[in-house]
Design a protein around this ligand. Sequence first.
Ligand code: URA
Length: 198
Amino acid sequence: EAMWDQEPKSLEDLNAIIAKAGPLVLGATQAVFGEGPAHAEIVFVGEQPGDQEDLQGRPFVGPAGKLLTKAMKEAGIDREQAYLTNAVKHFKFEQRGHRRIHSKPTAGEVKHYRPWLMKELELVKPKLVVALGATALLALTGKATPITRSRGRARFGPYEGYVTVHPSYLLRLPDEATKREAYEAFLNDLRRVHDLAK
Ligand code: URA
């Protein structure tokens, strides 16, 4: 394909290309690559690395990642056996005092990273691809679609898919009762994901 000087033949090749390209917007410490077995059965796609992910160079290690890891475990999914990645591979933020506040990637940014995500899927060849939230869904389909309308089973090109909310959405909910209810619905999605990937 024309977009590659040298077509990546492995995740290592692909990651080297992403690292060399660098962030679209300056500020990120490093690229955060996908993590997990090279031929995992399930790939989880998030939005973009957050503050902790940027510092540690690993996906889903901050507050949303901890919640996702807990929910995976409760749903019977071993995080170590899954492949976790993001639509966008660099953290983007607004500085507020000492804090770096995550800013949502634009559609243009999602598009920029999309061929790399598609190549990543091609290399891992999972049974099931899980979109966590609207940005992942946009990256996987090329179309902006609300999560509420597409939640559940899906098809992403050649891959069987599943659409659910992003774990950070659960953290942002205002009251405990709503939070608990939304977490239960998320758990039910992950239980179905677990069943579909069997
Ligand atoms: N949110 C994401 O979408 N991805 C991460 O890796 C962490 C938080």
